[in-house]
Design a protein around this ligand. Sequence first.
Ligand SMILES: Cc1cc2nc3c(=O)[nH]c(=O)nc-3n(C[C@H](O)[C@H](O)[C@H](O)COP(=O)(O)OP(=O)(O)OC[C@H]3O[C@@H](n4cnc5c(N)ncnc54)[C@H](O)[C@@H]3O)c2cc1C
Length: 278
Amino acid sequence: MALKTVLIIYAHHSPSSFNAAAKDVAMQTLTAQGFKVIVSDLYAMNFRSSATAADIKSNLKNPEHFLYGDETFIAWKEDRLSDDIKEEQRKVAEADLIIFQFPLYWFTVPAIMKGWMERVLTQGFAYTLESIYDNGILKDKKAVLSFTTGGMESMYLPDGLNGDINVMLWPLQNGVLRFCGFQVLAPQIFWCVADAPPSERTAMLEAWQARLKGMLDEQPLSFAPTKLFDLSVQGGFRLCSDMKEAYASQPYGLTTGQHLGKPLPPNNQMKASPHDNH
Ligand SMILES: Cc1cc2nc3c(=O)[nH]c(=O)nc-3n(C[C@H](O)[C@H](O)[C@H](O)COP(=O)(O)OP(=O)(O)OC[C@H]3O[C@@H](n4cnc5c(N)ncnc54)[C@H](O)[C@@H]3O)c2cc1C
């Protein structure tokens, strides 16, 4: 059997941080299991977070009206993307699983990791307009968000001060990862690490280590397949009417995003559903 490869995209400045410990546990556990592990340590690499014309080698097609998406799509086709982007794309192409390890910043990834997403997941490489979501180019790969929070878990419940964690996860898990086709695994969340007693922090890392041992066999989260939508401009890319009728009598919407004005399906972005019938 071919050697499986795991890519860890890691964003923390400090080797003594909890994020560094989570990254190290993943490296050690996966390596011990015989996986090839590659780490992109974004701060150590001084990875550029801004998507700019510097990402394209040689002449721009339209320098008067620079459009990053259009120019990088052409540059990808012509092998003119900058070397740092090409190197990260090479790592992604090799990976069976990508772990994003980061501290939660303003309800999302740190800017340096957002920059990695903006710059590396270019049109052509990660998606085309015809190849998105369950038809996305990276659909044979898995991805997981592994992150620490400042806030307590209870603050991210549907009645908590920060609001439902499922809503917070939707843009990253659906808008970025699933859009490119990734099979998105349930997130690994290390709640409120700075205030947790040392024994709890140790227990969190042990639970992470135990999970990593079976991670590549996990069922991904459930997202609405594109076949349920009218994928035409006239149809507005909206849910097909027969599906709307089928869901009219259901207590919940389809997903966190496609909630149909109903209560959100509980923990849709947190747990794989054994009853997924889409
Ligand atoms: C710009 C910004 C925006 C933010 N936005 C949000 C937000 O939207 N929502 C939110 O909830 N939080 C937010 N935060 C808080 C942030 O998410 C937390 O500070 C971060 O997640 C803590 O992770 P860390 O790795 O930096 O922890 P650290 O402070 O590095 O670690 C926590 C503790 O773990 C200890 N530790 C290290 N290694 C180990 C080990 N091997 N075993 C046991 N213990 C260990 C450390 O010594 C430390 O005592 C924000 C912070 C910033 C700076």
